[in-house]
Ligand binder design. Structure first.
Ligand code: PMV
Length: 342
């Protein structure tokens, strides 16, 4: 059990473990993966960094000194600090951090305290897997600090547990992808998870555009469940079509066929729109990317806002930027979660 935690502005000196975990985007198969269909996701070169140092007492100190994570409210009285309150994004991520520390302690059987510092290069709640990256990063850094060697399979499994215990339900897609890096083909039913890291070093001319999300992943998954119930056979056909797209996408990734991947991205966006998870803003980004000559574009993740991915050059980046709140180019990360030298 955790004893105490404090949000503090502490120490980066004498830090023992430094972990880097990529973000991810889903290329094909979001939503369908919840119904036992495969998904294909890829890790990206946008990172969460976690520093950890074991303490001699049992306290847990967490620093999230990051301008991309808003939500700390500090109250100072005449005699100094009265309290620090966390809201919004910080509270959201704190739950993952605390759960990851709890599971790392339980797994390793130790009760050491720990100093943790988390930094994220990614916008939060955008569908880039930030909560998975934070969960995996904190687990990995804690286990290293506690002297426990853990395989990537085991790390991904523990990270999935963190996500499920915090959210109530989660697919293993994000945690597997950010742990292993590269292209990850995944299928699961209940506890039974099949993960295949595709044997390719294919680079993608990947552009990401972000608009704020109106709904959480949980709400979008629930929305789709109700819609599928209403659609009946039509819903089944949409899920089957997404499955075929994902399987063909896997083949194109292995063959390095960017044209083919791009074409399937447009198809996948149409199918996700048919499920009702696109928005006018997301459609407009996809349309702008297409007009600028993108090989492909689609919403990625749960939808209802969030991110669009597109394949293309500078004209496409410019077009995506014009319709997004944040837009950037990124590459595929092939390393996954790693321990860095300071
Ligand atoms: O937007 P994200 O990264 O939370 O992705 C959600 C993907 C879904 O398939 C909609 C849900 C899931 O758990 O796989």
């Amino acid at each position: 059990m955790l004893t105490t935690y404090k949000l503090s502005t502490i120490h980066c000196t004498n830090i023992m473990t430094f972990v880097r975990v990529p973000g991810k985007v889903i290329l094909f198969g979001e939503h369908a993966v919840v119904y036992g269909k495969p998904a294909l996701a890829v890790a990206i070169e946008k990172y969460v960094y976690v520093r950890a140092k074991r303490r001699s007492d049992e306290e847990v100190h967490i620093t999230a000194n990051d301008l991309t994570i808003k939500g700390v409210h500090v109250v100072m009285g005449k005699k100094g600090l009265i309290g620090a309150f966390v809201t919004g994004d910080v509270r959201h991520y704190l739950r993952y951090i605390l759960k990851a520390i709890e599971i790392a302690r339980e797994y390793s059987g130790v009760e050491y305290g720990i100093d943790i510092e988390v930094k994220s290069e990614m916008p939060v709640s955008a569908g880039l897997g930030t909560s998975a990256s934070i969960s995996i990063g904190v687990l990995y850094a804690c286990l290293e600090e506690f002297g426990i060697n853990v395989s990537k399979e085991e790390l991904a499994r523990l990270g999935w547990r963190v996500e499920r215990e915090v959210q109530g339900a989660a697919s293993p897609t994000d945690t597997a992808t950010v742990t292993h890096g590269g292209y990850v083909f995944i299928q699961y039913e209940g506890e039974n998870v099949k993960v295949e890291r595709l044997d390719t070093s294919l680079e993608l001319p990947l552009i990401i555009g972000y608009v704020p999300r109106k709904y959480t992943t949980k709400e979008m998954v629930e929305f789709v469940r109700k819609r599928l119930e209403r659609l009946g056979r039509i819903g089944e056909l949409i899920l089957d079509a997404i499955e075929s797209v994902t399987l063909m996408g896997r083949k194109y990734v292995l063959e390095g066929d960017l044209q083919g991947i791009g074409e399937l991205m447009y198809v996948c966006h149409g199918l996700l729109a048919a499920l009702g998870v696109s928005t006018r803003e997301l459609d407009e980004i996809v349309h702008a990317a297409k007009t600028a000559g993108a090989l492909g574009a689609k919403l990625t993740g749960a939808g209802g806002g969030g991110c669009v991915i597109a394949l293309g050059g500078d004209d496409v980046l410019k077009a995506v930027k014009a319709k997004s709140v944040i837009a950037f180019r990124t590459n595929v990360d092939f390393k996954g979660a790693i321990v860095l030298d300071e």
